[in-house]
Design a protein around this ligand. Structure first.
Ligand SMILES: Nc1nc2c(ncn2[C@@H]2O[C@H](COP(=O)(O)OP(=O)(O)O)[C@@H](O)[C@H]2O)c(=O)[nH]1
Ligand SMILES: [Mg+2]
Length: 309
C-alpha cells in the first residue's frame, strides 16, 4: 500500500531541496521511477507534477547558466541570509520588508534565493535568503555551488541560527562558506529569541567568537531594530543627509566611508558634481553647525550636507 499522497509529496519536495539544473532532473527521474504507476487519482497527479517539473527545469537550465542563480541587485548593499533550514530566515526577511513571503514549518519552503528590499536608516538595503546550504556544497553537490555563487556576490553575510537548535548545523554552514573561499563582512543572528532559553545567546557567542552575534525575534520590534543596526555596521556604509539650501527636508543617502562633498554632489546629479564648489555641513565632521567646507571635505555618519554651486 503506498503512503498517503500528501506525505509522498512532502518527501518528493524534500528530495528536491537545493537541487537545480541537471541534478534536479536526475532526481526527478529517479522519483518518477519510485512512484506507483496509477492512471488516475492523487498519485497520477503527483506523476504529472513531477513530469511538469522535469520540463520546467529543462527549460530553465537552458535559460539560466547552471552555476548562477543571479539575483538582481537593488539598493545600496546586498546582504545574504544563510543558515540551515527552518531557523527563521524567511520570517526575518518578511519582518524586515513589506513584501509577503511564504513561510512554513517545512524546511523546503524556499528552494531558490529570495530577495527582498528593506529600509535601514532610510536607505534601501537588499536582503537575499539563501536556502539551506547542504554539506558538500563547495564541491558542487546538490546545486550548492550555485548558491555559494550568490553568496560570493553579496556585500555581507548574516549567518542565521535558531537559538533552540544545535550549533553544529550552523558551524557546518559556516565551514562550507569558508571552504568555498568566500570572505565577506559577517555576523550571526541568533533567531527565535523569544523562545530561547537563558544562556543560549551566550553559548552562541562562545561558539562563534570571531563574529558579532545579535539575538533577534520577529515578534520583538526592539530586537529587529538592533538587528538592522548591526547589519548597517556590517555594510560599512556611511549615511549622510542631503538638503537643498533653504529647504527643511533632508534625504538620506549611503556612501562609502570617507566620502567627500564632491562625491556626494556627483552621486546626487552629474551636473551638481561639476558645479559643486563646497557645502554647508551640520554634524560630527565639522566644528560648528552649518560650517562652510570645500569639495574635498570628508563627511561622517549622519552629517547634513547642503551643496553650494
Ligand atoms: N517564536 C518564533 N518563531 C519563529 C521566529 N522566526 C521564525 N519562527 C518560526 O520558525 C519556523 C521556520 O521559519 P522560516 O522562516 O520558514 O525558516 P527558514 O527555513 O529558515 O526560512 C516557522 O514556523 C516560523 O513561524 C521567531 O522569531 N519567533
Ligand atoms: Mg525559508
Amino acid at each position: 500500500v503506498p503512503m498517503p499522497h500528501q506525505v509522498q509529496m512532502q518527501l518528493i519536495k524534500r528530495r528536491l531541496v537545493g537541487k537545480f539544473g541537471t541534478d534536479r532532473i536526475r532526481e526527478l527521474r529517479s522519483i518518477l521511477d519510485d512512484l506507483p504507476d496509477y492512471k488516475n487519482g492523487p498519485y497520477a497527479d503527483i506523476r504529472k507534477w513531477v513530469m511538469g517539473e522535469i520540463e520546467h527545469t529543462r527549460v530553465r537550465s537552458r535559460v539560466v547558466h547552471r552555476d548562477s542563480l543571479d539575483v538582481r541587485r537593488e539598493g545600496v548593499a546586498q546582504v545574504a541570509l544563510v543558515g540551515p533550514p527552518n531557523v527563521g530566515k524567511s520570517s526575518l526577511l518578511q519582518a524586515l520588508s513589506s513584501i509577503q513571503i511564504k513561510t512554513g514549518d517545512y524546511p523546503f519552503t524556499t528552494l531558490r534565493p529570495v530577495p527582498a528590499l528593506t529600509l535601514i536608516r532610510g536607505v534601501q538595503v537588499q536582503f537575499v535568503e539563501i536556502p539551506g546550504l547542504i554539506a558538500g556544497a563547495s564541491e558542487g553537490r546538490g546545486g550548492g555551488r550555485a548558491l555559494l555563487g550568490v553568496l560570493r556576490g553579496a556585500d555581507a553575510i548574516v549567518y542565521c541560527h535558531d537559538l533552540s537548535g544545535p550549533i553544529d548545523q550552523l558551524e557546518e554552514v559556516h565551514r562550507e562558506v569558508i571552504d568555498a573561499g568566500i570572505e565577506r563582512p559577517s555576523m550571526v543572528a541568533g533567531t527565535r529569541l523569544d523562545e530561547a532559553e537563558t544562556g543560549a545567546l551566550d553559548r552562541l557567542r562562545a561558539a562563534m567568537p570571531d563574529l558579532p552575534v545579535v539575538g533577534v525575534s520577529v515578534l520583538d520590534d526592539g530586537s529587529l531594530d538592533e538587528f538592522r543596526d548591526a547589519v548597517w555596521r556590517l555594510t560599512g556604509l556611511v549615511r549622510v543627509f542631503t538638503r537643498r539650501p533653504g529647504s527643511m527636508d533632508a534625504d538620506p543617502m549611503a556612501m562609502e566611508p570617507g566620502a567627500t562633498v564632491l562625491e556626494v554632489a556627483r552621486a546626487l546629479h552629474g551636473e551638481l558634481g561639476a558645479a559643486c564648489r563646497g557645502a554647508h555641513v551640520w554634524g560630527s565632521s565639522v566644528r560648528f553647525p552649518g560650517q562652510l567646507v570645500g569639495r574635498d571635505h570628508r563627511l561622517e555618519e549622519d552629517d547634513v550636507v547642503e551643496v553650494i554651486t
